[in-house]
Design a protein around this ligand. Structure first.
Ligand SMILES: [Fe+2]
Ligand SMILES: [Fe+2]
Length: 197
């Protein structure tokens, strides 16, 4: 794990590195609570923002080189590619071959429908780490210890609201992710009420 730490530290700004350590801590904690592999969570958390801050052209060319399918929104907002590009760098420079770790890194920005346990943990750890500060945070932190599906459903709604208010573009994968989790949570609630009848 020290190798990942040193590699990331050499690639990102001091404040991004501080954020990374916060995500590692939060991811390890969530992994323990939800019985996920703590070392995998730690590896993905260390590497998730390794491409953050890369120039737009470099992000686009690296994504193309790695045959990442580019959406029109990716071309308009190349920073959204820092997840997929970090995964390409981890594959090439760190020799990471574990697809679950690579996916957790790839999808930590947009999310996606039906994420694995590890992907969900890294996505949420990124949002709730100790350096973050927004009004809904205490509730999300508490909920993340109890129910990941419910937390993700709330998180996607919150993030989409935030993007809409900022007037920025929404990545289509985030919309698909939000719809998937909203449908899942509604189905879970229906099932619960059937059991209660
Ligand atoms: Fe990120
Ligand atoms: Fe991050």
């Amino acid at each position: 794990m020290d190798a990942y730490d040193a590699w990331v530290r050499g690639r990102v700004s001091a404040s991004r590195y501080r954020h990374t350590l916060g995500v590692v801590k939060a991811a390890r904690r969530l992994a323990e609570i939800h019985r996920c592999d703590v070392e995998k969570a730690s590896a993905a958390a260390f590497c998730h923002d390794a491409a953050k801050g890369m120039p737009k052209d470099a992000l686009l060319s690296k994504a193309e080189e790695g045959r990442w399918p580019l959406d029109w929104v990716d071309r308009m907002r190349p920073d959204l590619l820092h997840g997929p590009v970090a995964a390409i760098l981890c594959y090439e420079e760190l020799g990471i071959r574990d697809e679950d770790i690579l996916n957790a890194i790839r999808y930590h920005t947009t999310g996606r429908p039906d994420m694995s346990l590890l992907e969900q943990i890294v996505y949420l750890a990124d949002l709730i780490e100790e350096g973050r500060d927004f009004p809904e945070l205490p509730r999300l932190r508490k909920l993340a210890e109890q129910d990941l599906t419910e937390t993700l459903t709330e998180a996607f709604d919150l993030i989409l609201r935030f993007i809409l208010e900022s007037g920025d573009l929404i990545h289509p994968t985030t919309i698909h992710a939000r719809n998937w989790y909203r449908t899942k949570i509604n189905a879970n609630k229906e099932e619960e009420s059937m059991i209660g009848q």
